[in-house]
Design a protein around this ligand. Structure first.
Ligand code: NI
Length: 194
């Protein structure tokens, strides 16, 4: 039967190895396929710098975890690590979606899709920098404890509480999703000497 010919192609036989089932997040209950993380070739993305209008937009929620979103998460982690950052928000790579990656503890990547701060307490003063604001540092008051609710890459809702640097990082990165930079909130700024 000639209609079956395409299915005999060698490439098709690899399909089940490189794809997994993913969940469509809308109420349409549709099932999508996406590539598994370990089969994706990561790519470094260009980080937008202050002055770029993407950094000042309010980002839209993710309504479906598509292959593009999973690739974006992988690429954002790669980009964050290459730039020695502890956090990166999607608008920093020009994607106006509510997505954040964080790696405060090496090897412990936190991926946040549609994150919301649902609780915070306490207060801390500390210095912040931003990959989109190179060579500058600023003192910002933040809560000491922050709880975030978000979706993971499987579309499952979860909550995570951060203290100190992680709490600061949650605030800084989530601010990016609403077009806010830490420089808007800093009460003093410093510049690198170089
Ligand atoms: Ni930043």
């Amino acid at each position: 039967d000639p209609r079956q010919k395409p299915f005999l192609k060698k490439g098709f036989l690899d399909f089940p190895k490189t794809f997994n089932k993913g969940i469509y997040l809308s109420d349409r209950n549709r099932i999508f396929l996406y590539r598994r993380k370990d089969t994706v070739t990561m790519a470094k993305l260009q980080i937008r710098k202050v002055g770029d209008e993407a950094l000042r937009k309010v980002c839209r929620p993710v309504d479906a975890i598509t292959p593009r979103i999973l690739t974006l998460l992988d690429d954002m982690v790669e980009t964050m690590r290459a730039a020695n950052g502890v956090g990166l928000a999607a608008p920093q790579v020009g994607i106006l979606r509510r997505i954040v990656v964080i790696e405060v503890e090496p090897g412990e990547v936190i991926e946040l899709i549609n994150p919301k701060i649902i609780a915070f307490s306490g207060e801390q003063d500390g210095q912040e920098g931003c990959l989109s604001v190179p060579g500058r540092w600023g003192m910002v008051k933040r809560p000491m404890h922050v709880t975030v609710r978000a979706l993971n890459r499987k579309g499952e809702e979860f909550e995570i509480t951060g203290h100190e640097l992680l709490a600061r990082c949650f605030c800084h990165e989530l601010d990016h999703l609403d077009g806010t930079l830490y420089t808007d909130k800093a009460y003093s700024m410093d510049e690198d000497d170089e």
